[in-house]
Design a protein around this ligand. Structure first.
Ligand SMILES: Nc1ncnc2c1ncn2[C@@H]1O[C@H](COP(=O)(O)OP(=O)(O)OP(=O)(O)O)[C@@H](O)[C@H]1O
Ligand SMILES: [Mg+2]
Length: 174
């Protein structure tokens, strides 16, 4: 089946939704499922990959990141960087930065805190509350939006770049 045909079948003509090939949704019945989603994304991380996680308080952003980091081989605890703004990790020469901008009041804090440079290097950037950094951040490869469904969660994932699209292709196969 050709991809173009697939697009034609699933992509609404008014462009109200992204093409199916760049979008993925998943029901996450419990924390373990949220962590598994992160673990499934781990193999697609490359130097410079950016993943932004949106969703209200407690929707599971850190849990996805925990799964991702454990999936690439981070041993030990994965803490929420709410106070430190960023927690760095290094796994077999891959640098990963877990950001949480919840406490940002002013997007300029990104530059003032000396964090902006991380977004233009070889590190993997995993970002909670990217909206608090305003327009300062470059676009992500993948955007994950978490939401509540009863006591469970949902994930809506959008590929923004070719790298992101490759991640989604892997998710489909996982
Ligand atoms: N699919 C799920 N079903 C039920 N509970 C979940 C699910 N996924 C995660 N949780 C739980 O939700 C709580 C909040 O998760 P987490 O800290 O990852 O949220 P967060 O989005 O990072 O929050 P914050 O906005 O404060 O950073 C945790 O107790 C976690 O175990
Ligand atoms: Mg969090």
């Amino acid at each position: 089946m050709s991809l173009a045909k697939d697009f034609a079948l699933t992509h609404p003509p008014d462009n109200s939704q992204p093409p199916a090939a760049s979008h993925w949704s998943e029901e996450l019945e419990d924390s373990a499922a949220t962590e598994r989603l992160g673990a499934k994304l781990a193999p697609c991380l490359r130097p410079g990959t950016r993943i932004y996680l949106r969703g209200e308080l407690g929707s599971g952003k850190t849990t996805v990141v925990r799964g991702l980091l454990r999936g690439v081989g981070v041993q030990g605890g994965v803490r929420s960087p709410s106070y430190s703004l960023v927690e760095p990790y290094v796994v077999s020469r891959l640098h990963l930065y877990h950001f949480d901008f919840y406490r940002f009041n002013d997007p300029r804090e990104l530059r003032d805190a000396g964090l902006a440079e991380h977004f233009h290097g070889d590190g993997v950037c995993l970002v909670e509350w990217p909206e608090r950094a305003g327009e300062q951040l470059p676009p992500p490869d993948l955007e994950i939006v978490l939401g509540y469904r009863g006591t469970a969660r949902t994930a809506e994932i959008a590929a923004i770049t070719e790298t992101g699209a490759q991640c989604l292709a892997r998710l489909r196969e996982a």
